[in-house]
Design a protein around this ligand. Structure first.
Ligand SMILES: [Mg+2]
Length: 175
């Protein structure tokens, strides 16, 4: 029952995602989380390094939509200067924001990747729809609200369970 929280791929950060490899495998779109995936939860704007990555995403042939559980202000202030489409107040792991994002990109579930830092929202939500899920390490864990802190506790339990079954082999890098 814990496999539903298991990402297809684990990397340290979005910068470690092998875009060319995923493109070769037929993926064309990225649904990405915002807080602690692209920037820290308290960082209002993209860093220069992230802007470069977003450009690379585009040049590699991918469409990208931000899907965030955070509110309209937070998500639009971040996304609008970058000209990126977004779904705010998404209520992940609900399926509807993922479907909406795929609709915005005009892509199907077998062409779409989900990237996020949380197993309970990003990974679970993506897995439910059969999307290729990528888990990144959270950028700034100290800046998280209480809802996320509870999810982190749940993640620890799930990782322990998966570990017992040999499915979560790596040491946790963030405590
Ligand atoms: Mg997040």
């Amino acid at each position: 029952m814990f496999e539903r929280f298991m990402p297809k791929l684990r990397v340290d950060s979005v910068f470690d995602i092998d875009l060319d490899d995923l493109y070769a495998k037929g993926y064309r779109g990225i649904i990405t989380d915002l807080d602690n995936t692209l920037v820290g939860a308290k960082a209002p704007l993209a860093t220069p390094e992230l802007m470069e990555w977003l450009q690379k995403v585009k040049e590699s042939g991918f469409k990208l939509v931000i899907v965030s559980n955070n509110n309209m202000d937070r998500v639009s202030i971040f996304s609008n200067p970058l000209n990126i489409e977004f779904v705010h107040s998404a209520r992940k792991p609900s399926s509807s924001p993922f479907r909406r994002a795929m609709g915005l990109m005009g892509l199907s579930s077998d062409e779409t990747i989900v990237v996020g830092d949380q197993m309970m929202t990003d990974v679970y939500g993506g897995n439910r729809l059969g999307l290729f899920t990528v888990l990144v390490l959270p950028i700034a864990i100290g800046e998280e609200g209480w809802g996320t802190r509870i999810n982190r506790q749940l993640e620890r339990i799930v990782k322990r369970r998966l570990g017992k079954h040999g499915k979560w082999l790596e040491e946790e890098k963030n405590k």
